[in-house]
Design a protein around this ligand. Structure first.
Ligand code: NDP
Length: 252
């Protein structure tokens, strides 16, 4: 893992109870350069057994409840995060929680679109807004751009790429709610990059590859360890040139 995590005082991960979110926590605590504080959020911490097991072994893991589609839950989480990070602020926010509401042209409904939009596009924006005071506080302590200062990382998908869903490269995943929610997340990332640049807060989106999780399915080529090891290398190496970017887990 990138040594940059050594100078990252705190990381917050949404949806850290399973899949890629849990792997981020696991890889961070088992790596040689662990951030000072890891704030692992879960919709229902009481059932997040794996995460609890990790937190028992590593005192720098703080588990807090966060349902990303609940305004009340976001506001409560922001208060807790503030208390955990104190004057150091929050160095790295990883908006990872996501859902895939599968629907094609025949089966898609307004409800399915809105459900997927709420979790995958609206929630990362609202969570970033709620955490902004803490991100700004972290940014005010350093110079340059990257996770040593303050960064917002949005977990996106190549399936959100408008360019790739065409001609020979169009594929069978005709999922209206998921694909459009990730396209929207990409634009939200870009808009936030414009808005938060003056504060020195880096914003970018990353595609983790196709990974074996509940969402990715067992036929996916990558294990969570393989994906997240590369994802953390990319995140650790982010600088000014990556502000507003959409990177693949390989860093390209
Ligand atoms: P999983 O389905 O394995 O896990 C999803 C996570 O999101 C769970 O922790 C889940 O919590 C959480 N979550 C969903 N809704 C909410 C909510 N309302 N509040 C809080 N947490 C919530 O997915 P992955 O780990 O595979 O995916 C993680 C991210 O990576 C997603 O954004 C996904 O779109 C993206 N991605 C994944 C790919 C893959 O191949 N796996 C490929 C490209 C992108 P709970 O257990 O409570 O439901």
């Amino acid at each position: 893992m990138s040594s940059a995590f050594k100078s990252c005082r705190s990381v917050l991960i949404t949806g850290a109870n399973r899949g890629l979110g849990l792997q981020i926590v696991e890889s961070l605590v088992s790596g040689s350069f662990c951030p000072g504080k890891i704030i692992a959020t879960a919709r229902t911490p009481a059932t997040a057994k794996e995460l609890q097991r990790l937190a028992e072994k590593h005192s720098n893991i703080h588990i807090i409840p966060l349902d990303v589609v609940s305004e009340e839950s976001i506001a409560k989480a922001a208060v807790e995060v503030d208390q955990i990070v104190q004057e150091d602020g929050l160095c790295c926010l990883i908006n990872n929680a996501g859902i895939n509401v599968i629907a094609n042209f025949e089966t898609v409904t307004a409800e399915k679109m809105l459900e997927n939009f709420h979790t995958n596009s609206v929630a990362p924006l609202m969570i970033t807004k709620a955490m902004l005071p803490m991100l700004k506080r972290a940014a005010a302590r350093e110079t340059g751009m990257g996770i040593h200062r303050a960064a917002v990382i949005n977990m996106t998908s190549l399936l959100g790429s408008v360019e790739l869903n065409w001609g020979e490269r169009a594929n069978n995943f005709k999922w209206y709610p998921y694909r459009t929610s990730k396209s929207a997340l990409n634009m939200i990332t870009r808009c936030m990059a414009v808005d938060l640049e003056a504060d020195g807060i880096l914003c970018m989106a990353i595609h983790p590859g196709w990974v074996r999780t509940d969402m990715g399915g067992q036929q996916a080529p990558l294990s969570t360890e393989e994906s997240i090891s590369s994802v953390l290398d990319v995140i650790g190496g982010l600088t000014e040139k990556d502000h507003g970017s959409f990177l693949h887990y390989t860093g390209l």
